[in-house]
Design a protein. Structure first.
Length: 307
């Protein structure tokens, strides 16, 4: 029997966009296209939906809000956000609320879009099949491991705030340079890296992108007073940052981000197949020292041994 095609749902308030995307994807997938967000939610409740490609700006709901609701109803569905501009608020919400797989920009590159949808569909299809074949890991079992937190920031106040928000059983380490942070990550696995993006001398953004390739189980909480939509899009697509928090850091937002990241790390330890959802694009430009690159190679080797 021929296996069922992966289901891809498209939503956009412009019919011409839906027609173009449908033509691009039809044949390899079971494509469902609509301008109605309610219809999308009905679909994800009624059947396995492997990939959702949503526009950001729609009359009745934002793409981020829709993808957040889809994540609640169908967490195995891969979520892609499509927009024609780098809306900072939308990008931040896409990281923190929608946990999207990729941020796609209009006008899209057809070959790249097809590649991303194919990867997303493959990941979701495997997750749906696994869910049908085996029961889920109980939440209590998936979250018992309390990994440590590493703070990369030149401001000592950030580490002090992180320590004040976590129980004493959760170790917190600090580093003020990328090289020092990588040395600590080589010495032991940390569940979460809290990283200030702005640094007086180091390229923290490049380090986060390469760290995700080397150690996909390490979850990054990026924070900065720097508000740049284009930069965040790259961090989603090439670094899969788990959360982005603007500075000055709010205690409750940071606390929730830390606990969510620690919980997710525990889930990834118990369900390593979910690491496929953290696959990133190769960064276009990287400028890091040879010593940092050596640390990253060793971190990658150790991560492979732990997998």
């Amino acid at each position: 029997m021929t296996p069922a095609k992966p289901c891809v749902v498209l939503i956009d308030d412009e019919e011409r966009i839906l027609r173009s995307l449908s033509m691009l994807l039809r044949g390899r997938y079971d494509v469902l296209a609509t301008t109605n967000p309610v219809q999308v939610l009905d679909w994800v409740r009624q059947r396995p939906v492997h990939v959702v490609v949503s526009d950001q700006r729609m009359p009745t709901i934002s793409g981020v809000d829709l993808l957040r609701q889809i994540r609640e109803h169908s967490p195995r569905s891969m979520r892609l956000l499509l927009t024609g501009y780098a809306d900072l608020a939308a990008v931040e919400a896409a990281v923190n609320d929608g946990e999207i797989f990729r941020f796609l920009e209009k006008p899209w590159d057809a070959a790249k879009l097809q590649e991303i949808v194919a990867l997303a569909a493959q990941i979701a299809q495997a997750d749906f099949e696994r869910a049908d074949a085996a029961p889920a890991v109980p939440i209590a079992a998936a979250t018992t491991h309390f990994g440590g937190v590493l703070v990369l920031d030149e401001d000592p106040g950030s580490a002090a705030l992180v320590r004040s928000l976590l129980p004493a059983s959760c170790p917190v380490a600090t580093a003020t340079t990328v090289e020092a942070a990588m040395a600590l990550l080589e010495a032991q696995e940390y569940a979460v890296l809290v990283a200030e993006l702005r640094h007086s001398s180091d390229d923290v953004i490049a380090a986060l992108k390469l760290l995700k390739q080397a150690s996909p189980r390490t979850l990054a909480v990026a924070c900065s007073s720097l508000r740049d939509g284009r930069l965040l899009i790259d961090l989603i697509n090439q670094g899969q940052v788990f959360r982005f928090l603007p500075k000055p850091l709010g205690k409750e937002l940071l606390r929730r981000a830390l606990l969510a990241a620690l919980e997710r790390h525990g889930e990834l330890r118990h369900e390593p197949h979910r690491l496929r959802r953290h696959v990133v694009e190769a960064p276009r430009q990287v400028s890091l020292s040879g010593r940092v690159m050596d640390y990253l190679r060793r971190i990658r080797d150790q991560a492979k041994l732990r997998a």
